[in-house]
Design a protein around this ligand. Structure first.
Ligand code: NAD
Length: 243
């Protein structure tokens, strides 16, 4: 059994030699920026139940409560800055002609760090979408007031994110699957790999012959399936792995 150091060298070699690299990130990459994840000890779901807040049913039942929660998350994210993990991925992108960043995060930190065109599988917390006419607008105010916000057409707006039980944006998903299928290396960072279909991209890449590398602070259901699993914080591991 190799220690993290040896594994890291092996994984770094795979990445260095590859032309087509895909990266799948989750809430863990933003943890060191101070944004709570969903499923860790201090994760959001310790204090709130997902089914009360992040479902179409919850929004239909109590839109104001759901919006208050999103307002709270928006204010946390507004104070956060991208960390060394986000930045290492920006540097990697500049060295790879075939680079695709796929994220489950809605916080916008990849784009703020300088990643060019991240595929937002679960949408964007800074987008508001009308529940009637469907028009989407960007709004970066940390605290929306009054709640719920209202579209120009008079109907209520909702957060522009994908809730449990909803479909992913079709074109974004198509591009993500395509990137996973054609990658020589898939790097999986800071995701519990429990939310599907996003986590299915790992298998898509593996079946197409990619090397898969996980970077996570804890063991996950895919730790035993990937080619190399590196244990630790992404803000520390990624800069070393990708230097
Ligand atoms: P998750 O909360 O289920 O899992 C977070 C994972 O990150 C865990 O496996 C944990 O071990 C790992 N982790 C924690 N700190 C880390 C660190 N410093 N370095 C490396 N790994 C670390 O999150 P998920 O897998 O992204 O899935 C849940 C859903 O949560 C997604 O749909 C996403 O949209 C949403 N979400 C997004 C944000 C955000 O935008 N920042 C925050 C919370 C949840």
């Amino acid at each position: 059994m190799m220690e993290n150091g040896g594994l890291q060298q092996t994984a770094a070699g795979w990445i260095r030699r590859a032309t087509r690299v895909a990266v799948l990130t989750g809430a863990g990459i933003s943890a060191e920026s101070g944004i709570p994840t969903f499923r860790d000890n201090n994760g959001l779901w310790r204090n709130f139940r997902a089914e009360d807040l992040a479902t179409p049913q919850a929004f239909a039942r109590d839109p104001r409560l759901v919006w208050e929660w999103y307002n709270w998350r928006r204010s946390l994210i507004a104070q956060a800055e991208p960390n060394a993990g986000h930045q290492a991925l920006v540097a990697l992108e500049q060295t790879k002609p075939g680079f695709t960043l796929i994220t489950q995060n809605v916080d916008g930190l990849h784009a703020r760090a300088g990643s060019r065109d991240p595929l937002l599988l679960h949408g964007d917390i800074w987008t508001l979408r009308c529940t009637r006419c469907g028009v989407a607008v960007e709004d970066h105010r940390a605290n929306l007031d009054p709640l719920p916000p209202v579209c120009g057409c008079g109907a209520m707006q909702r957060p522009g994110v994908v809730w449990f039980g909803e479909s992913l944006p079709a074109e974004v998903w198509r591009k993500a699957e395509q990137a996973a299928r054609s990658a020589e290396v898939l790097l999986v960072v800071g995701t519990s790999a429990l939310v599907y279909p996003a986590a299915g991209l790992i298998q898509v890449a593996q079946q197409a012959g990619a090397k898969t590398i996980e970077v996570n602070a804890a063991e996950t259901p895919v730790s035993g399936q990937v080619d190399c699993s590196l244990r630790g914080r992404s803000g520390e591991i990624l800069p070393r792995l990708l230097e």
